[in-house]
Design a protein around this ligand. Sequence first.
Ligand SMILES: O=C(O)CCC(=O)C(=O)O
Length: 279
Amino acid sequence: MNYKRFTDEHLTSYGHDGYVIIREFFHPKEVALLLETYHKDQLVKDSAINVDDNSGLNTKLTLWYNSGDDIYGAFSKSERVVDGLEKIWNGEPALYHTKFMQKEPKVGGSWEWHQDYGYWYDNGFLMPEMLSVMVAVTRANKENGCLQVLKGSHKIGRINHGSTGEQVGADMKRVNYALKSMELVYVELEPGDTLFFHGNLLHRSDANTSDHARFSLISAYNLASNKSFMNEPEASHTPIQKVPNEKILQIGAKGISDNADILSKERDKNWKDTIDMPK
Ligand SMILES: O=C(O)CCC(=O)C(=O)O
């Protein structure tokens, strides 16, 4: 199979816009395997956390640290992703955490405008050399509440965040001002399309009012030298051991590994610190 690569053109777009979409970065066969794995993966499904939005709808997500030898890790540590991160940072990337986002039909809630670094900052990371990679597992479009981004907003720098409903959102005075001059882009994706987006890029999403689920795998990365001064997992500052591109199809539908440290609402008092939650 010919694997897509993160090119110099992708790098230029990322620097200019704060994000880049790479179509079919993962092959539909690879993503079909990921979806099949999720459907069988009781632990990932049972560990999903419900995040309420302002209207009472909620989105489910399963988040874990310590990515292991499983299909999710084969995506998040895949050489094509890590090569891209190395190109962006000119340094060694570390994997902070991975989320399987489950925006179910009719009930999947919205996300307020925010920057991911808006709260990772509060987790002790000095530099905004942090970003997320979102792989569309199912189709994402306006109807099922795809991600919306404000093009170029990473250049604003970090905006203060405060509570809005059960989520933490960016200061709307600044967001509304930015909305006047920056383009709002609906990130419509087919399964396998992949979005790299800067930790300071403003983004949000609408509720999923459609009949179709929107699932995605989002991994968050950090420049390994950007070690948090707080108690963040070792993996967040340990260079990633790349996994060959072929691994996804080789590993097959292998569910989450035992060493994954899955975030739990019951067990982890600080669970809100990790996912756009009020402190
Ligand atoms: O997938 C979505 O709708 C929103 C996800 C998001 O904003 C995030 O993970 O930071």
